[in-house]
Design a protein around this ligand. Structure first.
Ligand code: GDP
Length: 412
């Protein structure tokens, strides 16, 4: 067992982020995922999409087609938080699988191409995420490309997705000369060293100081328009403090009232660390989302994200791995251990839980239990299909993820 994943047990429920990456095919979802796994130490070799060596696209069929067809859930650690990354297919042909993944996410990063902005598929995936009430932040990728234009991409987010963008960075350099960003919350620059993959923090470059102040003010004005605490500080002080602004942006994200926008170039390994920080800062932990709704024999009930409650989990993927059949679960309540007997509520059949695994794409690490809020794969479960509910035999239920037209409700 790897030492870093052993520490997973110490991550409290509030430190978990069940995250999806949503994108139009080719916007860079696979590359962003790769960089996240690289930076969090889940993989120690950087994969390259064009070489067919990326970690999330481990199925040969996916490699052949160059798109992610099957969702893979990958666990990684960032700054004391556990990020369970659920890979969602970007291709429109596989939207059923996108929807199934969306059921188990608490939050998502929407990746856009800095040249193309919002493309038709990004719009349809965005609408699906709206239906499931998944809070999102946006990452405008490919800032290094000729024709990359953050402002134009942000305008397309505003117009085509009809959501208020909250741009928290100012790019440093254009296209091939894109080297970093100004963090408009802390008013610091982050510049990536091309040769060494390191990020250097410093003051805002003199040449960008006026523009950075103007954009910070714009961010404050937008936050003040939408959020009472931000408005209070905006009126009372020369500027909204970074903690208040962060809290306001988080609230607005969780309520689906606005979208925080960051930028970078995943391919050049620029901008992914602040993206991970933003995932932690703005996207919800399992207790932040409403309790999952469930039903049994006509009676509705709710299950909170409580490790002590009766066990209930949704199977969101079944995968034939080289080591045997793996059943991917989102645990909504309770705790399971190896050897536990659970009920497949729909099929009214019991199953025994075998090994419980945290998945790092095509590698697995055994863990002794999984608790509410967690995403794991289990071995030994024989006949359960994707979409099924597994629960404690003494407390049967079928999970019913609410799908409504309202922007933010429970994703569970
Ligand atoms: P996906 O289909 O959304 O998973 O996109 P990929 O990650 O497979 O990327 C599509 C193509 O864009 C690949 O050739 C990548 O190498 C390339 N790409 C990804 N990120 C960047 C970036 O930041 N800059 C540039 N110039 N190319 C990128």
């Amino acid at each position: 067992m790897r030492a870093d994943l052993n520490r997973d047990h110490l991550v409290p429920l509030t430190g978990i982020r069940n995250l999806g990456i949503l994108a139009h095919v080719d916007a860079g979802k696979t590359t962003v995922t790769e960089r996240i796994l690289y930076l969090t130490g889940a993989v120690h070799r950087r994969g390259e999409v064009h070489e067919g060596t990326t970690v999330t696209d481990f199925d040969p069929l996916e490699r052949d087609r160059g798109i992610t067809i099957f969702a893979a859930a990958v666990s990684c650690l960032w700054d004391g938080h556990r990020i369970n990354l659920i890979d969602t297919p970007g291709h429109v042909d596989f939207s059923d699988e996108v929807e199934r993944s969306l059921r188990v996410l608490d939050g998502a990063v929407a990746v856009f191409d800095a040249v193309a902005g919002v493309e038709p598929q990004s719009e349809s995936v965005w609408r699906q995420a709206d239906r499931y009430g998944v809070p999102r932040i946006a990452f405008v990728n490919k800032m290094d490309r000729a024709g990359a234009d953050l402002d134009a991409a942000v305008e397309s987010i505003r117009e085509r997705l009809r959501v208020t963008p909250l741009v928290v960075q100012l790019p440093i350099g254009r296209e091939d000369g894109f080297t970093g960003v100004v963090d408009l919350l802390r008013m610091r620059s982050l510049v990536w060293d091309a040769g060494r993959d390191t990020v250097m923090e410093g003051p805002v470059p003199e040449a960008l100081a006026d523009e950075a102040r103007r954009r910070r003010r714009l961010l404050e004005e937008t936050a003040a328009e939408l959020h009472p605490a931000a408005l209070e500080e905006f009126c009372a002080r020369p500027e909204i403090s970074a903690p208040t602004l962060t809290a306001a942006l988080r609230d607005l994200t969780l309520r689906g009232e606005a979208v925080v926008v960051l930028c970078g170039s995943a391919y050049r390994n620029r901008g992914v660390e602040p993206l991970l920080d933003a995932v932690v800062a703005y996207l919800p932990a399992p207790p932040d989302v409403p309790p999952v709704r469930a039903e049994w024999e006509g009676a509705g009930q709710e299950r909170p994200a409580d490790p002590a409650a009766p066990f209930a989990a949704l199977v969101f993927k079944v995968h034939a791995a080289p080591t045997g059949r793996l059943t991917y679960l989102r645990v909504y309540s309770g705790t399971i251990r190896r050897g536990d007997v659970v009920l497949d509520a729909g099929a009214r059949r019991t199953e025994r839980i075998g090994r419980i695994l945290r998945v790092q794409a095509d590698r697995h690490t055994e863990t002794d239990r999984a608790t509410a809020g967690d995403i794991v794969a289990v071995a030994g479960v024989k006949a359960v299909r994707a979409g099924a509910t597994l629960c404690a035999p003494g407390a049967p239920l079928v999970l019913e993820p609410p799908v409504t037209a309202s922007p933010v409700v429970s994703v569970a």
